[in-house]
Design a protein around this ligand. Structure first.
Ligand code: ACO
Length: 331
């Protein structure tokens, strides 16, 4: 049975950099508060002419260049996002059109910060099962157009940034290379602790002016609950995928944690007793880019840490739902 290898990763973040000081001019917050609580120094926001699928297209084109593939080599698209261009259809179809590959299936998934790991698990099953040999997996987000930029929304608005990461996945028969395991979880009892409620089909009508006024159109986050669960679920699932493969944390070249908050990553690192050189973080520059955070982080880590063929890498995610998961792979 073939395994799933990452042929190349591409990334795209918008040019506009938004500093903590800039946010401090919009709401009651400060550079010191944001850095101390989250580790974030700046994030990127799109301009009016750019949408989610445009970031995804740029990231995909970079990955295609790096892999030496043409768009027509892609046999299927998996697109993870909680912030698509439009209500429907999903951005997988818009990206399919922008890439000029009509007929290629496009699956949109909404698993928030766990979207990339959920998507990888699906693509891996397709590849191992022989349905497709070359799959494009994208995580892309535009958060900036949906933030409450008043003091009411400051706990959420200072955290999120825009960006996209695209991984080209291919079947490999090379022994010891590729995805070894993916493990996924969800616990919907916590769905309301990190969610955006409106607009939604439960409301009659689903879109109402009061949704902007009462804040229900903006993300609601019970930060301390999210924090508490993230720092236990992520180490748990990392240990579990390692155990399943008879491997230990000391075997890891790199852990790529979802970039939710630098303090979460640091606590996960401590809990797993990993050295600094075994964990890569870049939330300082991008904020939390949700489904895009893992591929953006992985792309930078591969270069910065000199990842080579055979190195063991673990991707770990936790996000709204709650959903969480991990993927273990040999580069
Ligand atoms: N600037 C200044 N003050 C703020 C801000 C802000 N941006 N946001 C909140 N505060 C205030 C609060 O109003 C509160 O004031 P009060 O004491 O007068 O009531 C005070 O700061 C402390 O608020 P807490 O919510 O208790 O602060 P906490 O230390 O928990 O930090 C944070 C908040 C950063 C959100 C933290 O809980 C956290 O990181 N949680 C994890 C959530 C997370 O990482 N989410 C990312 C998205 S989800 C995901 O990707 C998994």
């Amino acid at each position: 049975m073939p395994r799933t290898a990452i042929a190349a990763i591409g990334t795209c973040v918008p040019e506009r950099v938004v500093t903590n000081d800039e946010l401090s001019r919009l709401m009651e917050t400060s550079d010191a508060w944001i850095r101390e609580r989250t580790g974030i120094e700046e994030r990127h926001w799109v301009g009016e002419e750019t949408g989610n699928s445009d970031l995804a297209l740029a990231a995909t084109n970079q990955a295609l260049d790096r892999a030496g593939w043409k768009a027509t080599d892609i046999e299927a698209i998996v697109y993870a996002s909680l912030s698509p261009d439009f209500m429907f259809p999903g951005d997988g179809c818009y990206l399919n059109a922008k890439l000029g590959i009509p007929g290629v299936p496009a699956l949109d998934i909404r698993n928030q910060c766990s979207g990339f790991v959920y998507g990888l698990s699906v693509a891996d099953a397709w590849i191992r099962g022989g349905s497709y040999r070359r799959v494009l997996l994208v995580g892309s987000e535009v958060h900036s157009t949906g933030l409450d930029l008043t003091t009411r929304g400051r706990d959420v608005s200072v955290i999120f940034g825009d960006g996209a990461g695209a991984a080209l996945l291919e079947a490999t028969d090379e022994p010891g290379r590729g995805v070894l395991s993916c493990e996924l979880h969800a616990d919907g009892r916590h769905a309301k602790e990190l969610s955006t409620d409106a607009p939604g089909s439960r409301y009659h009508p689903r879109l109402q002016p009061r949704m902007l006024e009462d804040g229900s159109a903006f993300a609601h986050m019970e930060g301390q609950k999210v924090f508490k669960h993230a720092i236990s679920r992520m180490p748990e699932v990392v240990r579990s995928v390692l155990d399943e493969n008879g491997l230990k944390t000391t075997d890891l070249k790199l852990l790529i944690p979802h970039q939710a908050n630098l303090r979460i990553s640091q606590m996960v690192q401590r809990s797993l007793e990993l050295r600094d050189d075994q964990v890569f973080n870049n939330i300082m520059k991008y904020g939390n880019t949700t489904a895009a955070s893992i591929p953006i982080c992985l792309a930078e880590a591969v270069e910065a840490r000199g990842v080579k063929r055979g190195d063991l890498i673990c991707l770990a995610a936790f996000g709204a739902g709650f959903t969480w998961g991990a993927a273990l792979l040999r580069w």
